[in-house]
Design a protein around this ligand. Sequence first.
Ligand code: IOA
Ligand code: ZN
Length: 259
Amino acid sequence: QPSWGYSKANGPYTWVSHFPIAQGSRQSPVDLRSSDTRFDAKLQPLNYHYMPTSSRILNNNGFSFKLSFDDSSDPCVLSGGPLDGHFRMNQLHMHWGCDEHAGSEHSVDGNTYAAELHMVHWNSSKYSNMQQAVAQPDGLAVIGVFIQVGAEHKELKKITDLLPMITQQDSKIELSGLNPLLLLPCSPAYWTYLGSLTTPPLYESVTWIVMKEPLSISSQQLEAIQSLYSLRSGKHERLLNNYRPPQLLAGREIRASFK
Ligand SMILES: NS(=O)(=O)c1ccc(C(=O)NCc2cc(F)ccc2F)cc1
Ligand SMILES: [Zn+2]
């Protein structure tokens, strides 16, 4: 089966042919429209048990760069917010475009950002690993953080400084001492809704938690991200625009932790 991607020939509008759930009723991303969101006073604060961890950065076959964490020893764990139980961080990755006004997957009242960071966690209270959890309706929790161009981001610099070493597809490099806590914005405000993976197989297994406040990175950092290469469809080309457009809310509610 032809591998999916983000080009005209194999991009988001073609995914339904191999992954019919693309037209499901809890697909992601969505536009976070204020008319569709409701403040929920019962929402708890998010609770991060995160610590500096070692990871491996992989240019994962032309879809993004991915930091995989060893989630067996001393994991980074998320709980609280809309979640029941504890969720272990498995990986983080990003989506971006070719200019600083498009590249995020979620949008806020139609506005998009230069990029979006995804911190992927699996439900370690109910399942024994990511592979088991990824297809379950309560299997995953992904924190989405919007990224805009502005001041340099020191913690993300630990990643963007290494990207030039892994511009070739499937190359990887070790990174120790990244502190995921420093990849979160200052404000605790977030939106939450039930959705899906935003790439095939598009499983409807994600409780999405999208932070309201964006992070800033420098234009040089964005350039490093946009300079990743991939061998998608055989050609050696820049990995750009790896974001899925917004999907139908289909009657879902989006809850806000803030007024
Ligand atoms: N953009 S996002 O945060 O929504 C997202 C998060 C994780 C994954 C993932 O784990 N894919 C690999 C993968 C998933 C499977 F469900 C089965 C195989 C497989 F390789 C995909 C998208
Ligand atoms: Zn993602």
